[in-house]
Design a protein around this ligand. Structure first.
Ligand SMILES: Nc1nc2c(ncn2[C@@H]2O[C@H](COP(=O)(O)OP(=O)(O)O)[C@@H](O)[C@H]2O)c(=O)[nH]1
Ligand SMILES: [Mg+2]
Length: 278
């Protein structure tokens, strides 16, 4: 059932759901990860709506909460460098590979930097993806400094004059200072070689308001230019996408909808909102 069906039924006075009191509807909406501010605003507006207009009016409110910023990748110069950041397990490495495959299929040359050097498995995971999608992966020796690997990958990208370098990073989130220091260092060394055009933050769409908290921390630590929301397949309600955009005004650029290479798409606001109401 769509997230807003009960709310709409309540306003219209149709179906059994109209007997629910506003509190019950509030509880249900809060469980959807939209966040308390947006839920309060929606309920206040709904109480003033007239029956037939409910669906269109709710859509209008939701639409107005989404960012107006450009959702395409930043054009940049000849060589684009994308830093991919986020908490461990959100889907960074998978998203790096999916994005690389997508850019490659539209005719771009791509190199990947495996700068999550804290776990050997993370490097191997990206290398496996690289073989699968036929993209070069620059990695360092085990235990290498992330910044050193990032630097090597930028040098390689510069030599090869590839269209895109995508750097996978580690998602250690001990505290904001550590995070800033680590990502700042990666950024500085890469920028000795090529300017970073984009910083994409990966958020797991199933983590609810915690995803919003992560987005806040990362956007304070680095200049996040776009977000990838993953795991919007399965039972994820995905309300967090709206919560993030309305709170931070950082555009969601891509979504992940599965573990496979093709389970990746540009974020489309209209179909997202239709999905929430479907
Ligand atoms: N269902 C689903 N699983 C995903 C998606 N993106 C990543 N995963 C899985 O989530 C797990 C963690 O992904 P990984 O890329 O290693 O995360 P990282 O630690 O941030 O690099 C892996 O098992 C992925 O296959 C997605 O969009 N949908
Ligand atoms: Mg990873």
């Amino acid at each position: 059932m769509g997230l807003f069906n009960r709310l709409i039924a309540k306003v219209r006075g149709t179906s059994a759901a109209s007997a629910l009191d506003w509190k019950e509807i509030e509880v249900e909406l809060l469980a959807s990860d939209l966040g308390p501010h947006l839920v309060a605003e929606l309920l206040e507006a709904a109480k003033k709506m007239r029956g037939e207009d409910a669906e269109a009016a709710i859509k209008e409110i939701l639409r107005s909460k989404l960012s107006q910023r450009e959702r395409a990748l930043i054009a940049g110069g000849e060589q684009k460098v994308i830093l991919v950041v986020g908490v461990n397990g959100t889907g960074k490495t998978t998203s790096v590979a999916k994005l690389a495959a997508s850019l490659k299929s539209s005719g771009n040359s791509v190199i990947l930097g495996a700068a999550d050097t804290f776990r050997a498995a993370a490097v191997a995971q990206l290398q496996t993806w690289g073989e699968r999608i036929n993209v070069e992966v620059v990695s360092g020796k085990e235990g290498a400094e992330p910044a050193a690997v990032a630097f090597d990958s930028a040098k390689r990208a510069s030599e090869e004059k590839c269209d895109y370098l995508i750097v996978d990073t580690a998602g250690r989130l001990h505290n904001k200072n550590d995070l800033m220091a680590e990502l700042g260092k990666v950024k500085r060394v890469v920028e000795k070689v090529l300017p970073i055009t984009e910083v994409l933050l990966v958020i797991d769409g199933t983590t609810g308001q915690n995803g919003l908290a992560q987005a806040k921390i990362f956007s304070e630590a680095v200049d996040v230019t776009g977000i990838i929301v993953t795991k919007l397949d399965g039972s994820a309600r995905g309300g967090v996408a709206l919560a993030i955009e309305s709170a931070l005004d950082i555009p969601i650029k891509f979504i992940g909808t599965g573990e496979g290479q093709g389970d990746f798409a540009a974020f489309e606001p209209d179909s997202y909102i239709d999905g929430l109401l479907a």
